[in-house]
Design a protein around this ligand. Structure first.
Ligand code: ADP
Length: 362
């Protein structure tokens, strides 16, 4: 028995219209891990998830989930995974309990076990009090919790959560986080995609960042943050229009050690450097000597946002550290440039997109 819940090697997924949504992706997720899959819009996250849950067929490469080959044994894969899609699967006309009963039917949960299983899940997602109310009356957060519960009725050892908290307010998000942590603590492997980097940082043991269909970084949140290379110094200027001049000074004076990244931001500049903390005051002196007024100054440890900007920028071919002028477009995470757009959205809504190659019946 393999130790991996997910073993994907050299996976490529090309849609029928020629869009290469995923290229050469390797993913290894250990059993019990809380794994995060991050990337800007259009990067290929949903395509990869749908491939892992056998809704899409890989054009090339091999996908093994819970020890089953996704192309040869899709039924076994489906029986052993839970999938919370971006589109809700909750039926608004049914009550919470009826929705769960329906999911039990769909997943073939033995009749004798259903009652207890449903009570347990309602309790877990804190919907016991409203179990007999129709889902249409639920808030967005309640619907998402019910959705997450329906993905778990068959007690899958691996659950896929595709942007489960998008659009929720922070309180609702926090409740879902607690719930995801709990199922992971109880042994369920979790594969999460998210656009919220803080969410990934809070929850995930390990992450991969995907951009334009390729993995551009992976590791634990801590490793990835270390990869940013030091601490982050932000300087706010009285006059934001002086940003570019301040950046030139910081670069030309050689204040920071080699490898520093010095970039303008909306009202000043941001420096990422090993010696950002110790040499920060030297920069302030240099700016004052040049007649530039500083109104704010902050040094902090890097966050996943910094990681994300750095790696998606590298992936886009930017050269942050060495370019003198700012590269504003590359600072905005966007995977949609040059990707040919969304060819056949009707395939998406059905959850069954057309991909090319790799035969097999399903
Ligand atoms: P993400 O989940 O990271 O936002 P997706 O996997 O949805 O990214 O999309 C990856 C790329 O594939 C995008 O360029 C998107 O436009 C394209 N795409 C998604 N679904 C389809 C489809 N059914 N047909 C053609 N292209 C698609």
């Amino acid at each position: 028995m393999t130790d991996y819940a997910i073993e994907a090697r050299d996976v490529a997924v090309t849609y029928a219209d020629g869009t290469e949504a995923v290229r050469d992706v390797d993913l290894l997720v250990e059993r019990g891990e809380f794994f995060g899959f991050l990337g800007p819009n259009g990067a290929g996250k949903t395509t990869m998830i749908k491939t892992l849950v056998t809704l899409l067929r890989p054009t090339a490469g091999s996908v093994t989930v819970n020890g089953f080959d996704a192309v040869a044994e899709p039924r076994s894969v489906r029986a052993t995974v839970g999938y919370m899609a971006q589109e809700t699967s909750v039926d608004p006309e049914l009550t919470a309990r009826e929705n769960l009963r329906f999911a039990c039917d769909a997943y073939g949960v033995p009749r004798a076990e259903r009652g207890d299983r449903i009570d347990e899940l309602l309790e877990l997602v804190e919907l016991t009090d409203v179990a007999n109310k129709v889902a249409d009356d639920f808030s967005g957060g309640m619907k998402k919790r019910l959705d997450a519960a329906t993905a778990l009725v068959h007690r899958p050892p691996l659950v896929f959560l595709d942007e489960p908290t998008t659009g929720l307010d922070p309180a609702a998000r926090n409740r879902l986080w607690a719930y995801f942590r709990r199922i992971n603590d109880e042994g369920t492997t979790v594969f999460l995609t998210t656009q919220y980097l803080e969410e990934a940082d809070q929850l995930c043991d390990r992450l991969a960042v995907i951009q334009n269909g390729a993995v551009v970084a992976d590791g634990t949140p801590e490793t990835l943050k270390r990869r940013v290379g030091g601490e982050v110094l932000t300087v706010a200027l009285a006059d934001g229009d002086e940003s570019d001049r301040a950046v030139s000074i910081a670069r030309e004076e050689g204040v920071f050690a080699d490898g520093a990244t010095i970039e303008p931001n909306a009202n000043g500049l941001t420096v990422t450097a090993r010696d950002a903390r110790t040499r920060g005051t030297d920069l302030l002196v240099a700016l004052r000597d040049a007649g530039i007024d500083v109104v704010g100054f902050d040094v902090r440890a890097p966050t996943l946002d910094d990681v994300f900007l750095a790696v998606t920028d590298e992936g886009a071919g930017g050269e942050r550290a060495s370019e003198i002028e700012s590269t504003p477009t590359s600072a905005v995470p966007s995977g949609t440039v040059g990707d040919g757009g969304r060819g056949s959205s009707e395939a998406e809504s059905g959850g069954e997109g057309e991909t090319t190659g790799n035969g097999g019946d399903r």
